[in-house]
Design a protein. Structure first.
Length: 77
């Protein structure tokens, strides 16, 4: 049962939904089935590096809470 992210075209609400087989999801806010599939990013749990823990500041490029350099985006500061 994969989890997909959607944007409702009727009310612009973003939500996640478990998809069972060929069953179509609907917006939990307005009930619409006019949905746009959104790009999902996987969350991976791992031990964070000492530098990321000591920083305590989100990445200024992407907002990753693990700190600057935790993501694959270059730091543009």
């Amino acid at each position: 049962m994969p989890i997909f992210e959607y944007l409702c075209r009727d009310c612009n609400q973003r939500f996640e939904s478990l998809v069972y087989g060929s069953r179509k999801p609907e917006c939990p806010h307005c009930g619409s089935r006019k949905l746009e599939t959104q790009l999902s990013v996987f969350a991976v749990s791992s031990k964070s590096s000492a530098s990321a823990q000591s920083a305590g500041v989100p990445c200024s490029t992407c907002g990753d809470p693990r700190g600057t350099g935790a993501c694959s985006l270059p730091d543009l500061d």
